[in-house]
Every structure is written in structure tokens, then in C-alpha cells.
Design a protein around this ligand. Structure first.
Ligand code: PHE
Ligand code: FE
Length: 299
């Protein structure tokens, strides 16, 4: 369990955190949720101002994508539908089901990690239905509909990434039994939320936390400040992350297939090895690079 901070147009949060920890109660109305934590998208409750907030967020973000977001994302982002109002989850699900067998389902906000894992394992992606207030345009404390839809849903149209997300869900249920959720959450953080991918044209972002952030998208690809290291599962699981600033370290994959293949083996011995190496050598702080590591530099 951990508290989440969302910042800078968001997305310092990681979805598989248990809500209601720390000093702040969760924001959503959980009375609406079924036992699996899903709920109807309260579409009639959106005001004109809500749709306008979405339109402005979308416009700000979409114009930044060329040269910074991966091609798979740019191609699929149109599948969200009309950019001038909050999309209907059902309409997206119809397209997504045909493409990769995924659906989006409404949730009142952050949900307990086991519920989250179970939905992913069933190829149902939980999307928060409320949207931030206009005064939260650049800063929102929890993931909202813009982060969840714009950040996460486009890549669910990619067949390999779609399979990775399902495998992550199944792996999460197993990690819960093995008491390894903290290690597995690092994988989610450094791939699904803040992952970079190396392409022939240069580094590009595929992580939702980056793609839905006004400032971090450019920062992650062009700033000389952060470290960018090649994806290595066990190294990644030893690595702490920051929730209150831009990332100090990004992990770079070569392809979604590489990510899928590297995470396909049974993690039971992986968790053991990672725990051993943490006991022996400690965790790796964000921003720290190890000797001999594959590093990527920006042009
Ligand atoms: N292979 C992992 C396991 O055995 C499951 C997993 C797959 C986890 C993909 C994350 C991502 O636990
Ligand atoms: Fe997210």
C-alpha cells in the first residue's frame, strides 16, 4: 500500500495502489461500484465544463505527440473518438474488442490492487469516470478519465502490448499470493506508466504517465537530465521510483515483443533473486546508474 501523488497534469500515480491510504480519502464515490469495483460511466453527469476540460487537455497533449510518442500510440489515439468531448466507454470498447479483445470499464477511481489485477487478467481496463476540475488542469491528485483514457487506452489497440497488460494482471494475482506486489509495481511504473522505447528515429515514449503529462513528455525524450538505461527486469525490480517529480531514471525497451518475452517467464524465482540482491546490495535509487549499464543519450 502506498499513497499516490499526482502532479503536473498528472500521473505520478500508479494504478495498482490500494486507495484510501495515507492522509487523503479517495475522491471517487465508491457507493456506485459493484463488487468488482466497476461502475457505469456516469455520462449524463458530465457538464459542459467537464467536456471542455477534456477537449483542452486532449488538444494540448495531441499536438505534442509527433517526435515524442511512439508510432503505435500516435496511430491508435484516434481510436478514442471525437476529441471535443469525453468519449463514451462503450463506443471505445466496441472498437477495442474487435482490435484486441479488450474492453474499457468504468471505475470510481483508484481501486484495490487485487481488483485491478483481476480486471486486467480479464482484458478489462478500468477507467476512472470523473474528470479533474478546471483549476486542476495542470495538477490532479489521482488519475482521472483523461489520464486513464488518453494515457493507457491507445496502446491496448496494439496486439503485443495488449497481451502484456493481460499477462501483467495475471502476474499481479500471483504476486499478491507471493507477497511480491511491491516489486511487481515497479515493473508497472517503469513500463506501463513511464516506459521509453528505442526506435530507428530515436527514443519515444509509450508510458501513460508520460503521454498524459504536459511537461514530462518533452522532458523524458529531450532533457539531458534524467538517466535512460536499457530494460533489465531484475535491475528494474531493485529500483525505487519517484512519485513527486519527473522520473530521474527511465528504462528503455527495444520493442513491445522484447518486453513481453522478458516478462513471460515465471517470476517466482525472479522475486527470490531480486530480494536476495536487495538484501546483499540494497535497492537502487532513482537517478543512479550502475557500472557497465547500457545507457541511452539524447541527441
Ligand atoms: N511472468 C510473470 C509471472 O510469472 C507474469 C507477468 C507477465 C508479470 C508480464 C508482469 C508482466 O509472474
Ligand atoms: Fe496510469
Amino acid at each position: 500500500m502506498s499513497t499516490v501523488e499526482f502532479h503536473d497534469g498528472l500521473n505520478r500515480g500508479v494504478a495498482p495502489v490500494t486507495y484510501g491510504t495515507g492522509d487523503r480519502p479517495p475522491r471517487g464515490d465508491y457507493g456506485r461500484a459493484k463488487s468488482d469495483y466497476t461502475c457505469e460511466q456516469a455520462y449524463a453527469h458530465y457538464t459542459a465544463a467537464d467536456h471542455e476540460t477534456y477537449r483542452r487537455l486532449y488538444a494540448r497533449q495531441v499536438q505534442q505527440l509527433p517526435g515524442l510518442a511512439c508510432e503505435e500510440f500516435i496511430r491508435a489515439v484516434q481510436q478514442l473518438g471525437a476529441p471535443d468531448r469525453i468519449p463514451r466507454f462503450d463506443a471505445i470498447s466496441e472498437r477495442l474488442l474487435k482490435a484486441t479483445g479488450w474492453q474499457v470499464v468504468g471505475v470510481p477511481g483508484l481501486i484495490p490492487e487485487e481488483a485491478f489485477f483481476a480486471l486486467l487478467a480479464e482484458r478489462r481496463f478500468p477507467v476512472t469516470d470523473w474528470i479533474r476540475k478546471p483549476e486542476e488542469f495542470d495538477y490532479v491528485v489521482e488519475p482521472d478519465v483523461f489520464h486513464d483514457l488518453f494515457g493507457h487506452v491507445p496502446l491496448l489497440f496494439d496486439p503485443v502490448f495488449a497481451d502484456y497488460m493481460q499477462a501483467y494482471g495475471a502476474g499481479g494475482l500471483k504476486a499478491s499470493r507471493l507477497d511480491a506486489c511491491e516489486l511487481l509495481a515497479r515493473l508497472y511504473w517503469y513500463t506501463v506508466e513511464f516506459g521509453l522505447i528505442a526506435t530507428p528515429q530515436g527514443l519515444r515514449a509509450y508510458g501513460a504517465g508520460i503521454l498524459s503529462s504536459a511537461g514530462e513528455l518533452r522532458h523524458s525524450i529531450t532533457s539531458p537530465e534524467p538517466e535512460r538505461v536499457g530494460f533489465d527486469l531484475k535491475r528494474l525490480m531493485r529500483s525505487r521510483y519517484r512519485i513527486d517529480t519527473y522520473q530521474a531514471t527511465y528504462f528503455v525497451i527495444d520493442s513491445f515483443q522484447q518486453l513481453f518475452d522478458a516478462t513471460a517467464p515465471d517470476f517466482t524465482p525472479v522475486y527470490r533473486e531480486v530480494r536476495d540482491s536487495i538484501a546483499k546490495s540494497g535497492e537502487i535509487e532513482a537517478g543512479v546508474v550502475l557500472a557497465g549499464e547500457r545507457r541511452f543519450s539524447v541527441a
